[in-house]
Design a protein around this ligand. Sequence first.
Ligand SMILES: CC(C)(COP(=O)(O)OP(=O)(O)OC[C@H]1O[C@@H](n2cnc3c(N)ncnc32)[C@H](O)[C@@H]1OP(=O)(O)O)[C@@H](O)C(=O)NCCC(=O)NCCSC(=O)C[C@@](O)(CC(=O)O)C(=O)O
Ligand SMILES: [Mg+2]
Length: 292
Amino acid sequence: MMDLRRTMLFIPGNNPGMLQNGGVFDADAVILDLEDAVSPQEKDAARLLVAHALKYVDYAGSERVVRINPLDTFGLEDIRAIVPCGPDALLVPKVQCAADIEAAARAVALAERPGQKPVNLIALIETPRGLAEAYAIATADRRVVALALGAEDYTAAIGAQRTPEGSEILTARTLLVNAAAAAGIQAIDTPYTDANDEAGLERDTAFAKHLGFRGKLTINPRQIDIIHRVFNPSAKEIDWARRVVAAIRQAEAEGSGVASLDGKMVDAPIVNRAERILQLARLLGLREEEGQ
Ligand SMILES: CC(C)(COP(=O)(O)OP(=O)(O)OC[C@H]1O[C@@H](n2cnc3c(N)ncnc32)[C@H](O)[C@@H]1OP(=O)(O)O)[C@@H](O)C(=O)NCCC(=O)NCCSC(=O)C[C@@](O)(CC(=O)O)C(=O)O
Ligand SMILES: [Mg+2]
């Protein structure tokens, strides 16, 4: 079963109003944030608010993720307080190497209550070393279900200028997608930080999908529909996928592993791509005529 993480909405952990309303936006995941959205003097209060939200707020089917602090600051305290409240996953920021994930996984195992659903980990790759070690991080523990890219911290660390078109993060994006794919887990793209630039968000998300990302970190509820629309298979994609599957079935019936569709070769990798599109469409309840 494919896990949907098209949108992962950051909600500042020190904002009771936003925490309370975070379930109404239909994000695939919410990320209750204890790290950069929260100043050091507010960390304790935010931890209590997030623990309370996990217990009492209905996030309406959104995966409930908590971004903890790095393990060398408040991260272990966060794990001890948050894990027993039953989040689905923790987003671990500034992960540098496999040992960081191993330490987080050990602390999570100690904090889980007996019988609790295992808490997954998502590694936020946002340092030069973290990017260099992305595959080792992705395979460090079975709890790791995705790698996410944090391009603001990353570009600051390498001394690059951020641009709307993102040429400065192309290498980081493709390395991260490759590491996640090699480990058989999802790649989630960096947030688009201008909440008012809808055209820019759409362009950036389409490019991320083109590169192989399965979803995007999200900072504002107004970004959700746009990102979903981009990641949802279009009617054209669903139609193409159906025709690919039909063509290969017919070829197989005739004893061949290769088919031709509109003059183009259809073989195993093309069929895999088509099957992924159809699986996603089924998961989203989309029929051909409904894809956008
Ligand atoms: C961006 C903005 C200020 C815009 O404000 P605006 O005022 O224009 O928002 P409006 O659209 O007008 O809000 C309309 C209504 O929606 C409510 N509402 C808004 N946002 C909501 C939300 N997120 N969750 C629930 N509710 C929300 C709002 O309360 C209002 O509700 P109401 O009053 O009832 O009508 C605001 O969205 C916001 O604070 N976002 C979260 C920012 C954040 O968490 N950043 C840290 C995480 S990223 C990060 O860390 C990445 C990285 O790791 C990457 C790297 O490293 O590269 C790093 O380090 O950078
Ligand atoms: Mg960051």
